[in-house]
Ligand binder design. Sequence first.
Ligand code: F6P
Length: 358
Amino acid sequence: MGRRVGILTGGGDAPGLNAVIRAFVKHGVGNLGLDVVGVCDAFNGLIEVPHRVMPMDLPSCRGLLQLGGTILGTTNRGDPFAYGPDKVDQTGALVAGMRDLDLEGLVCIGGEGTQGIALRLMETCGVPVVGVPKTIDNDLDATDLTFGFQSAVDVATDALDRLHTTAESHDRVMVLEVMGRDAGHIALSAGLSGGADVILVPEIPWTVEGVAAKILARRAIGRSFSLIVVAEGAAPADEQGRALPTEARKALLRRAGGAGALVMQSIAQQVDAEVRLTVLGHLQRGGSPVAFDRLLATRFGVQAAELVAAGGWGRMVRLSGRDVGSVDLREAVARYRGVDADGELVRVARSVGISFGG
Ligand code: F6P
């Protein structure tokens, strides 16, 4: 029997998770002599007794490359340090589960939350871990890109293309709300790719006057419709024109029934226009990964298998420039990346006439 390791997926799903699992098993089991056990529903499958796991051999990977979601299941309510409704520390049960199953270490595919838990497990319980970054939000600074992001951007871009024709036919203002509680990368990339007139992101507070000015400027040149893409965490500026503190921003959006609803209500009060809202929600996370994400996920899975085979515990796989490699997990979880308000993409957007509502 080879060295036995567990693989799990944590947090929200993202297109490409199954492609990572497939590549990890194909390379790890097929070429590197690993024995792989899939752990169900993030860390829960190890904590619960009987354990919920599935042995992963080469035939079990068939058909996974293009399959959305995760065959292992996932949850964002399975923190072993604060488990269940009573938030009990279940790390002892997790370590016992690993011992029962004879697992040398864990490969944790997940976002900020999952990687933070993996690091804590390593530092406080001595659990050997390798991280694989995942989030459609693309907000982990340690990797240039995460898989799932491009698929989400494609869905949002397609939605903008569809809204474009109906907006133009009816002379309407169409508001599209996309995911991104804290980071506006999906809104920015999809807005650029789908020809939005206004892009609203959490990192750049907007004003209703700013948004209205763009709609009216378009009317003045005979363009009587407008497309606005708004990230779910984008909020207006305070009275001094500054960004609201995070909690106040979230409370305001909750009260309004969401960022898209707030934009729609504000515009309707300011401009004489028919305004319609589409909230894209989880359509951005479901379904097949696009080719770019299948490729990135496959590269990440192979790199994770090589790290495990080489005993490279405590590291997270990443894309840096053109190369897939790895970074110390401590460094990886410490840095978050939002949209850079002075960055190249924002400048490109402004250069082609897109307003950020300021
Ligand atoms: O972090 C990924 C993400 O899709 C965010 O963009 C979004 O705000 C959140 O997860 C939604 O989470 P849930 O699926 O738990 O509603």
